[in-house]
Design a protein around this ligand. Structure first.
Ligand code: ARG
Length: 284
């Protein structure tokens, strides 16, 4: 799936107050000023890419004091295009605290002309657990910690007439609770993964779909190396990956695969268990 626009949500009310994933520790305070600065830095990167023509538009949505995790807007749903029709499947979040985020993002997508289907059964956490295989109509869906089998089954029923195939991948390490923390397809042939996050069944499926499976070490995986955002650009330009700084092994592979690398520092957001990939929602 190719996207041309990204949505980000302003971080005014971002905070870590509980522990919904093993990366969160509410006794370590968030530096709010620094978080704002880091988020502004990310927005600037996207704006520059828009000027260069790699993206059509960056849209910034205002915050809501009720939702401290709204910055992680990737989790609210999945969008795709079916011919000229813009469609979205909205999430049903595992944690009560996050459930109000979905209608907030849904309103935005409706205004953008999206046809919406809501997840009415089980749990489903949108783009956090759904990642496309580049240039192919294959969508990988992680499950186990956030998205569950009921949610996935419901999603598959709802999209059964769409032109893409869903491959489910079971996760088995709670530190890698969303697929976007341990799985980063680079192109049609190559995927970067943290392999211990997957059950052996899931690992076999990955090796069937990608010719090159690059194993990223634990240190970089924990430093959100696989939560980078690869933007698919025009054919004559190199694709570009925005990635958390300090991931040299991953960057080396990306450069070998002819991807331009842009570093960012989202350290304050890492305290909540997320980085670039989950801080934007792609749409058209
Ligand atoms: N604190 C958020 C949560 O636990 C972080 C979400 C990060 N999202 C992601 N797709 N990795 O729900």
């Amino acid at each position: 799936m190719k996207y041309s626009k990204v949505l980000l949500v302003e971080p005014d009310f971002f905070d870590v107050v509980d522990c919904r994933n093993p990366r969160m520790n509410p006794s370590i305070l968030v530096d709010k000023k620094l978080a704002q600065k880091q988020w502004d830095g990310l927005v600037n990167i996207y704006k520059k890419l828009t000027i260069l023509g790699d993206l059509d538009e960056v849209v910034l949505l205002g915050p809501d004091p009720r939702f401290i995790d709204l910055v992680f807007c990737a989790n609210a749903g999945l969008t795709w295009k079916d011919g000229n029709n813009k469609k979205a499947f909205m999430s049903s979040m595992r944690h009560v605290l996050r459930r109000g985020e979905t209608p907030y993002i849904k309103r935005f997508l409706i205004d953008e002309g999206y046809q919406i289907v809501d997840c009415n059964n089980g749990f489903f956490e949108g783009t956090g657990d759904c990642i496309w295989q580049p240039s192919r109509d294959v969508l990988f869906c992680g499950h186990g910690y956030r998205t569950n089998m009921h949610g996935l089954k419901y999603f598959k029923e709802c999209i059964k007439n769409e032109s893409f195939t869903v491959i489910d991948l079971e996760l088995c390490d709670p530190r890698f609770y969303h697929l976007d923390t341990c799985f980063m397809p680079v192109n049609q042939e190559t995927v970067l993964i943290y392999h211990r996050a997957f059950t052996s069944d899931a690992f076999i499926k990955i090796t069937k779909h990608f010719k090159n499976v690059e194993l990223i070490d634990e240190k970089e995986a924990l430093n959100f190396a696989l939560n980078g955002h690869i933007i698919r650009t025009l054919p004559r330009r190199k694709d570009v990956c925005i990635i958390q700084k300090g991931n040299t092994q991953t960057e080396k592979i990306l450069r070998r695969e002819k991807i331009r690398v842009i570093n960012c520092d989202l350290g304050e957001f890492n305290k909540s268990g997320g980085s670039v990939f989950c801080m934007k929602l792609e749409f058209n």
